[in-house]
Design a protein around this ligand. Structure first.
Ligand code: AMP
Ligand code: TRP
Length: 337
């Protein structure tokens, strides 16, 4: 029995935060035993909005190092950098020529990001989901762990594979590309901003106080939690729509303490914010401590990280080259010996 294959990635923009960890990477770690796992740092996606060249390489490395620090094990997973496997960009081009423009124009993330960019919207930003489809389809991924916000992009990857590639260039018996399924992750994984319980914790929020980065030192974590938005009610609870901040912070406590929602809710039901916040701060600091310690070790040995990424690149290239060759042949390109 071969294990189902999984592929996912995070952009190396800014530092990873609790939302990325609880919503994405922590779940990847658990998949490593049951699945054949590929995790890439999607640096080509990071240049779809204006980027800082002086920071790109360093942020790519630190994102990869954080994958490992969070428990991604290069013995069991293929960890690589997207731009180092040129097949991603090449497949993207082939798929570009098969994808209707209006499929891309209706992507919600494009519309939102384009609004923010004003009149400086690149073709790359529009094309972002096709590159993501290429990432997934190159590896014949069975499943793609994605957050809520990426479901529309995964739908698009499925539509491209099925309606534009398989039905045109493949045969019923022998589909050219595997049609991936979303792997919807367990609930409680949507982490909200510390300054607004109704907005997602995000790398792009200009307010640093809105998020806890995985590498924030303990004092900074404590300070951010101390300043986090609260309300005048005493006692933490989950299901009061008037109190999104209470639900979010209690949710973090439940997840990071390992107590689960029921026990956490019972423990904090009568607790004032003045008691709860230091408890939460300590819990977050303790949960991140092992990640931060491992990150320091990994960063102290850059040659080892280089080796992991070189091995990842090799393994990824081997799989990707096969898929690309298959598609190019089916599309009728001139082959060479
Ligand atoms: P991004 O930070 O947008 O590059 O997202 C990388 C991954 O982290 C994606 O799988 C997202 O779904 C996940 N993610 C980002 N922000 C959050 C959040 N606030 N809560 C849960 N998951 C998140
Ligand atoms: N678009 C994804 C995000 O912002 C990142 C991404 C790029 C991705 N390629 C992917 C996720 C392939 C899963 C599979 O989160």
């Amino acid at each position: 029995m071969t294990k189902p294959r999984v592929l996912s990635g995070v952009q190396p923009t800014g530092s990873l935060h609790l939302g990325n960890w609880l919503g994405a990477i922590r779940n990847w770690v658990e998949l490593q035993d049951s699945h054949d796992t590929f995790f890439c740092v999607v640096d080509l996606h990071a240049i779809t909005v204006p980027h800082e060249p002086a920071l790109l390489a360093q942020q790519t490395r630190s994102t990869a190092a954080l994958y490992l620090a969070c428990g991604i094990d290069p013995q069991r997973s293929t960890v690589f950098v997207q731009s180092q496997v040129p097949a991603h960009a090449e497949l993207c081009w082939l798929l570009n020529c098969l994808t209707p423009l209006n499929w891309l124009e209706r992507m919600i993330q494009f519309k939102e990001k384009a609004l923010k960019q004003g009149d400086n919207v690149s073709v790359g930003l529009l094309d972002y989901p096709v590159l993501m489809a290429a990432d997934i389809l190159l590896y014949d991924a069975d499943q793609v762990p994605v957050g809520e916000d990426q479901k529309q992009h995964l739908e698009l990857a499925r539509d491209i594979a099925q309606q534009r590639v398989n039905s045109r260039f493949g045969s019923e018996e022998q589909p050219l590309l595997k049609v991936p399924k979303p792997l919807i992750l367990r609930d409680g994984a949507r982490v909200m901003s510390l300054t607004d319980g109704s907005a997602k914790m995000s790398k792009s929020d200009p307010n640093e106080g809105s998020r806890i980065n995985l590498l924030d030192p303990p004092e900074l974590i404590t300070k951010k939690i101390k300043r986090a938005k609260t309300d005048p009610v005493i006692g933490l609870e989950f299901d009061n729509p008037e109190r999104p901040e209470a639900a979010n912070l209690l949710g973090l406590y439940a997840l990071l303490s390992g107590k689960g929602r029921g026990e956490a809710a019972a423990e904090c039901a009568a607790m004032g914010w003045g008691t709860f916040k230091p408890l939460l701060a300590e819990t977050v600091v303790e949960a991140l401590r092992p990640v931060q310690e491992r990150y320091a070790e990994i960063s102290a040995d850059p040659a080892q990280l280089d080796l992991v990424l070189a091995q990842g690149r090799e393994r990824a290239t081997a799989v990707a080259a096969g898929t690309l060759a298959r598609l190019k042949q089916a599309m009728g390109f001139l082959t060479f010996p």
